[in-house]
Design a binder for this molecule. Sequence first.
Ligand code: XMP
Ligand code: MG
Length: 179
Amino acid sequence: MEQDIKKVLISEEEIREKVAEIGARISEDYAGKNLLMVGILKGSVVFMADLMRAVTTHARIDFMSVSSYGSGTKSSGVVKIVKDLDNNVEGYDLLLVEDILDSGLTLSYLRELLRDRHPNSIKIVTLLNKPARRTADIQPDYCCFEVPDEFVVGYGLDFDERYRNLPYVGVLKEEVYQG
Ligand code: XMP
Ligand code: MG
């Protein structure tokens, strides 16, 4: 697995420090609120596991799984819910937890869909932000790192369902894509 990585973009240590910092900010901002952290499967699982432990106020968690109708590494903005939330979100302060905000199409679709269910508030936290490829009008409220326009894997992010278990974020070698 390691030999497929061209370079380490964000190390374990950098991730650990930044997640602690963002977790502390969220803890402050959500004190006294009704926080529900919503992880978008599967890319968010590693980030969610670390971030939720960096939050020191009461927090609930839930997960949604969506599939984009787009193919490969691009998303189309048309999203199918594969697994919905377990509970009603009315009265909750939702924090959508995502691995990466890329075109933004997936999250802007999801945000609209969840808005219609009348939560108290909706915000977005992403591990990564790739503003170069944004087409939807959406920004993360909290973001750990900005990344350049390269396909990144690790710490939850996959290529063809692999590399999610790398403990850092890295860039794949071209020959891995090209097969
Ligand atoms: P957007 O914002 O384009 O992103 O709707 C939707 C989903 O696409 C995935 N994605 C990536 N996955 N490396 C990955 O492993 C990347 O560089 C990358 N860019 C987008 C990701 O699952 C995101 O939720
Ligand atoms: Mg994802």
